[in-house]
Design a protein around this ligand. Structure first.
Ligand code: SF4
Length: 457
């Protein structure tokens, strides 16, 4: 037996490291499932793996820098074990195409989001000594309706309802790496969710770059609404259909775009008992001039109006956002408008970042003229403000009882659990591991900006 066939007959262990958003996590889970179905097994760490996969989103430079440094750290390991297969998947693979193999020569393959279902075959090809494979050609293909059984969690599941984006925000590379928007049929999403419910899953998170622009591709909607003549968005009809699935108790969704959000979505969040009262609505900036340069398609006034409507229909709901500071030409006055918006809306939480140019996004043509120190100062001002607002929002729950889905043991203490409210707030409570996946009522006794602490009542 030669060395090559000996290697191929050994069991192969995979390890996937993900940097990025929920979409990237779901992609990693999907590829892990395909590989498990193909006879591979999962390794607990890089050290125990035969195949190491990195999945990275390249929306922010920081994530990409971490990815490059993590892959470069494997040089020694690859030298000792040249049989190890190291691959890159996700948006960074798509953004750099074959150039990534020049930059990171220890990679055996690089595979964009549209080609992920080919990864088991790519790995097998590499094992047969065809190194340096780059697969980035299927960017606009629909993902096949294949559902490997593997899920990272036992009771919460990500469900992708579509992929890609048509919005071309000037700072964002997603339309270039994931292609144009394309959605799945309601019937296919329903089938997947019913299957998850049968398997005991209780919570689903609907994923898409822009979930509330959802359109059922076949336009066949009458079967999915109790009042088919009512004027409702396809996304609301999808929520209605999923709300009727027995066994599913919580429905979340992410991310919504302000230009596609309207009162019918907020009314659905109020009326559909399984749809959780948490809205993630990226603001990005509070200055109309910057919003225009970002090509966001709404004004600060429109955003404020929407946030007000949401609070009117879902008064107990939470709202979170994304903000970029230091976009090209952002003046102190522009930044001041973002501060005013953050104060005015009263977000429960926010992901805030310093701007960095991401080719081929259009904003690379604008001069990145806000200095690093100024960006950092602006970011710190916002982070401190948000901390205070989050604390005040959480204080409103002090003394109240909230429904919590227990999710995990606390990292540092086996007698402490963490869970989530319907509004997606983290709750820390006492208890044992047998309570994981159960719903409990918790009386909140103390709060911090990032979590609530309480006891079961
Ligand atoms: S809506 Fe804008 S920020 Fe979001 S994925 Fe699309 S282009 Fe990117």
């Amino acid at each position: 037996m030669n060395k090559k066939s000996l290697y191929i007959n050994m069991p192969k262990k995979i390890y996937i490291r993900t940097f990025g958003c929920q979409m990237s996590l779901r992609d990693s889970e999907f590829v892990a499932g395909l590989l498990l179905d193909d006879g591979f097994t999962l390794a607990n760490s890089i050290a125990g793996a035969d195949i190491i996969l990195f999945n990275s989103c390249s929306v922010r430079k920081h994530a990409e820098d971490r990815l490059i440094s993590n892959i470069s750290d494997l040089k020694l390991l690859k030298k000792k074990r040249p049989d190890i297969v190291i691959g890159l998947m996700g948006c960074t693979a798509q953004a750099y195409k074959d150039k990534i193999l020049d930059r990171l020569p220890i990679l055996d393959f690089s595979c964009g989001p549209g080609n992920e279902s080919d990864i088991p075959k790519i790995i097998k090809d590499i094992m047969e000594n065809r190194c340096g494979i780059v697969a980035t050609d299927k960017i606009n293909d629909k993902r096949p309706e294949i559902f490997p059984e593997y899920r990272q969690d036992r009771f919460r599941a990500y469900v992708s309802i579509g992929e890609g984006c048509n919005n071309f925000c000037s700072y964002c590379i997603v339309p270039y790496t994931r292609g144009r928007e394309r959605f799945r049929e309601i019937k296919d999403i329903l089938k997947e969710v019913k299957d998850l419910a049968k398997r005991g899953f209780k919570e689903i998170m609907l994923l898409g770059q822009n979930v509330n622009s959802y359109m059922n591709p076949s336009r066949n909607l009458t079967a999915y609404s109790s009042k088919p003549t009512a004027k409702k968005s396809d996304f609301v009809r999808l929520l209605e259909a999923l709300n009727a699935v027995k066994g599913i108790e919580r429905i979340r969704f992410m991310t919504s775009h302000p230009k596609d959000a309207s009162a019918d979505l907020f009314k659905a969040m109020r009326d559909l008992e399984k749809v959780c009262e948490h809205l993630h609505l990226p603001l990005q900036a509070g200055s109309n001039r910057i919003l225009k340069l970002m090509n966001r398609g709404y004004s600060a006034e429109k955003y404020l109006k929407l946030a007000g409507e949401y609070k009117k229909y879902v008064p107990e709901g939470s709202i979170t956002t994304d903000i970029i500071v230091g976009f090209p030409s952002e003046t102190r006055e522009d930044f001041g408008n973002t501060v005013k918006m953050v104060e005015g809306v009263g977000f429960d939480g926010a992901y805030m970042f310093k701007y960095s140019p991401r080719p081929p996004a259009k904003s690379v043509k604008l001069k990145d003229d806000v200095g690093q120190k100024e960006k950092e100062d602006r970011l710190n001002i916002l982070l401190n403000l948000q901390r205070e607002i989050s604390l005040n929002r959480n204080k409103l729950l002090n003394g109240k009882a909230v429904e919590v889905l227990v999710c995990d043991l606390h990292k540092k203490d086996n007698n402490v659990l963490t869970g989530r409210t319907r509004t997606n707030k983290v709750v820390v409570l006492g208890g044992s591991s047998d309570m994981i996946s159960k719903f409990v009522n918790v009386k909140i006794e103390s709060v911090t900006p990032h979590a609530l602490r309480g006891r079961i009542v």
